[in-house]
Design a binder for this molecule. Structure first.
Ligand code: KIV
Ligand code: ZN
Length: 514
């Protein structure tokens, strides 16, 4: 029997970017999109063009510059959304408009306040409008997994008639169980046989941890497109993880009898790139791309793997493109070793960035006996996440902290804010608390710190400190920032200032008249 071709639809840049704290710049989105093209995804959902100027710009830039995959934009079922979406995707070699409207009872009655018939009319109008612009139109009945089966089939039948070329069945709130979701897809093909002539897709969220299992259950029952995100990021608990779906299909081809266009050797790089740019770490024991995924700790396992890797390994790290920890970085390592290591980690660096990273690694090597892979990665994150001169509306001039046993830590900070020198003082429970209250005393309450994490990169008292923070503005937009320094207080100050600058730049972009 011929193998079925499963279309891989990546929504890292749209649903993935909806992960709390994962805001990407337009340029970062373009870098990720180019890597997704190298990975071999069939469709890139590049954003939701009507959502903001930034989203529109990112989709347009990706449509103009990324060749290979279909470039798709999301639009609600309204003329304005669809028109705006087309304005952004029309530059692509292969554009797609993805339009959606909710169909479940709770969404229809409580959110949309529309009858079943009204929703069908809106869905059909949306597909027809999108078809005026492009042949490739995807439609999603949002919250399909909680929509009555027969009504879901009615909606699908009508939008196919209106010209939809892909129908996507989302489990928007991650509510389904695998057997049940598979049965939903089977039922759809029985009741709407014309669905066999188009692409039937699934889009599963991970609220109960079932996103990948539900997607695979759908494939077993006839779905031919799977949507998901790299590292499984996305709204709330995330979306189906693309790398897990793909490696299931590849490793168990005997079971699924299906193929994808993915070059699995690009998986690890893509995962690291997305993690580095979004600031969302990959958990150590994550399937496929976690650092423990190919590590063997127990003696009996190590013995088995040394005799024959197949005893405890169902796939190899080479299959997913991970070269392992075999590059040693020392005081005398040059640009080539550092570049090779960082390329392996998914970085695309320019000359200037390579020079900066190499110099910082050498500086650190003068102070620290050994340089580990994680030190180099932390420095690279720091260098590649620098804001441009224009984006640095606040700059650190100097700071001082006094602390000691029995005394309340106090701090003073001198900042340049939009070209003006400002000095603030603060006290706190510890030196970092004191210095951050000195910063807030200058900046005011427009942003607040919602998360602070400190990690010593490698062991020892001379280890690099890696600080990642999240700030929220008045509208609860979240901004993440990260900074690395040998001095833990300085790393904290730099991280907080970077986060505040991101929030200020966002405010400026959203309100250009100001
Ligand atoms: O989860 C969802 O329902 C979505 C749709 C827009 C496809 O993201
Ligand atoms: Zn979603």
């Amino acid at each position: 029997m011929d193998k079925r071709r499963i279309v891989i639809f990546d929504t890292t840049l749209r649903d993935g970017e909806q992960s709390p704290g994962a805001s990407l710049t337009v340029n970062e989105k373009l870098i990720i999109a180019k890597q997704l093209a190298r990975l071999g995804v069939d469709v890139i959902e590049a954003g939701f063009p009507i959502a903001s100027e930034g989203d529109f710009e990112a989709v347009r830039l990706i449509a103009k510059n990324v060749k290979g995959p279909i470039i798709c934009g999301l639009a609600r079922a309204s003329d304005a959304d669809i028109d705006r979406c087309w304005e952004a995707v029309k530059y692509a070699e292969k554009p797609r408009i993805h339009t959606f409207i909710a169909t479940s009872k709770v969404h229809r009655e409580e959110k949309l306040k529309k009858s079943k018939d009204d929703v069908i009319k809106l869905a059909v109008n949306a597909v027809r409008r999108a078809k005026r612009y492009c042949d490739d139109v995807e439609f999603s009945p949002e919250d399909a997994a909680r929509t009555s089966l027969d009504y879901m089939c009615d909606v699908v039948r009508e939008v196919i008639k209106a010209g939809a070329t892909t129908i996507n069945i989302p489990d928007t709130v991650g509510y389904s169980e695998p057997g049940e979701f598979g049965d939903r897809i089977k039922y759809l093909f029985e009741k709407v046989p014309e669905a066999k002539n188009i692409v039937v897709s699934v889009h599963c969220h991970n609220d109960l941890g079932n996103a990948v299992a539900n997607s695979l259950a759908a494939v077993i029952n006839g779905a031919t497109q799977v949507e998901g995100c790299i590292n499984g990021i996305g709204e709330r608990a995330g979306n189906a993880s693309i790398e897990e779906v793909v490696m299931n299909l590849v490793t168990r081809k005997d079971f699924f009898n299906a193929v994808t266009g993915i070059n699995t050797r690009e998986i690890y790089k893509t995962s690291r790139l997305v993690s580095n740019l979004t600031g969302i770490d990959v958990q150590r024991n994550k399937a496929i791309v976690g650092v423990n995924a190919f590590a063997h700790e127990a003696g009996i396992h190590q013995h088995g793997v040394l005799s024959d890797r197949r005893t405890y390994e169902i796939m190899t790290m080479e299959d997913v493109g991970w070269m392992g920890e075999n590059i040693v970085i020392g005081k005398h390592s040059g640009k080539h070793a550092i570049t090779a290591l960082l390329e392996d980690e998914g970085y695309k660096l320019d000359k200037d960035q390579i020079n900066q990273i190499t110099n910082k690694v050498k500086e650190l090597a003068d102070k620290q006996k050994t340089i580990e892979r994680d030190d180099v990665l932390a420095i690279a994150i720091d260098v590649t996440h620098q804001l441009s001169e224009k984006e640095q509306r606040i700059k650190l001039e100097e700071f001082a902290v006094t602390t000691g046993s029995g005394m309340m830590p106090t701090a003073s900070v001198k900042l340049i804010v939009d070209g003006e020198v400002k000095i603030g003082a603060g006290v706190g429970d510890g030196p970092i608390d004191a210095v951050s209250s000195a910063i807030w005393n200058i900046v005011g309450p427009s942003v607040r710190l919602v998360e602070y994490n400190l990690k010593a990169i490698t062991g020892g008292t001379d280890a690099l400190a890696d600080v990642s923070i999240k700030l929220a503005d008045k509208d609860n937009n979240i901004f993440s920032a990260r900074a690395v320094n040998e001095d833990v207080i300085k790393a904290s100050v730099l991280g907080i200032i970077k986060g505040i600058n991101k929030a200020l730049n966002f405010e400026k972009r959203e309100n250009p008249q100001r």
